[in-house]
Design a binder for this molecule. Structure first.
Ligand code: 5GP
Length: 199
């Protein structure tokens, strides 16, 4: 997705060999036009899949998740990282180790909003080691829903989350794939045209 790559090149800050900061448009400030285009892209890729819900995780998955849901014409639900007082009945939980915060969170969704018969598109901002994606897959599966695929805004291909998910048979669609952040430089993975739909 050229618009996204341009934004990453212009505004992304390489914090280390493994961490990219994109606070200006995705993780703190949010660019609505870019989110709109991201939603359109995911909807184009999953439009024929009879998706009934978009499932994401707070907080940075919400913007792309919501736009994907809007364009697909389905509701979005986000997994919470902290339990809310108003949310206690029928909770489905799973554990996720956070790559950026280096801590384990119990994430949860209410079984009221996701259940058997749902076909779910999982959306997140980044894919690194895959912990967040597996946590969301576990939530969907515990709820009895089917996972149609995992849509990621930025995949860091030098970490193994994407490879493991694909090897396990999950469809993973990443809108930008980063091959390396070494020496402070962002290098994108070249995706061949034939692979593009499955990348
Ligand atoms: P994973 O669970 O795949 O190891 O990591 C994905 C989660 O960690 C995402 O939800 C994202 O919030 C965060 N994350 C992982 N790598 C990065 C990164 O390089 N930059 C930012 N901003 N967040 C990241």
């Amino acid at each position: 997705m050229d618009l996204l790559k341009k934004k990453i090149n212009e505004e992304g800050v390489v914090l280390s060999d493994s961490v990219l900061k994109v606070d200006s448009f995705l993780n703190h400030g949010v660019d609505p036009h870019l989110m709109d285009a991201i939603g359109e892209e995911f909807a184009g890729r999953y439009g024929e899949q009879s998706i009934t819900k978009v499932l994401t995780i707070e907080s940075s998955g919400i913007a792309p998740g919501l736009m994907a849901a809007l364009k697909l014409g389905v509701p979005m639900i986000f997994a919470r990282k902290r339990q809310s007082l108003t949310q206690s009945e029928g909770l489905i939980t799973s554990k996720v180790y956070s790559f950026t915060k280096k801590e384990e969170n119990t994430i949860s969704v209410s079984g009221k909003y996701i259940h058997k018969g749902d076909k779910v598109l999982i959306i997140d901002d980044f894919l690194a080691n895959g912990q967040a994606a597996w946590g969301l897959i576990e939530l969907a599966e515990k709820a009895g829903a089917e996972v149609a695929g995992v849509g990621i805004v930025i995949e860091k291909s030098f970490q193994d989350g994407g490879e493991i998910l694909r090897k396990k048979g999950f469809r993973v669609d990443s809108l930008a794939q980063i091959e390396s952040l070494e020496a402070g430089r962002i290098r994108f993975k070249e995706v061949k045209a034939a692979e593009a739909n499955l990348s």
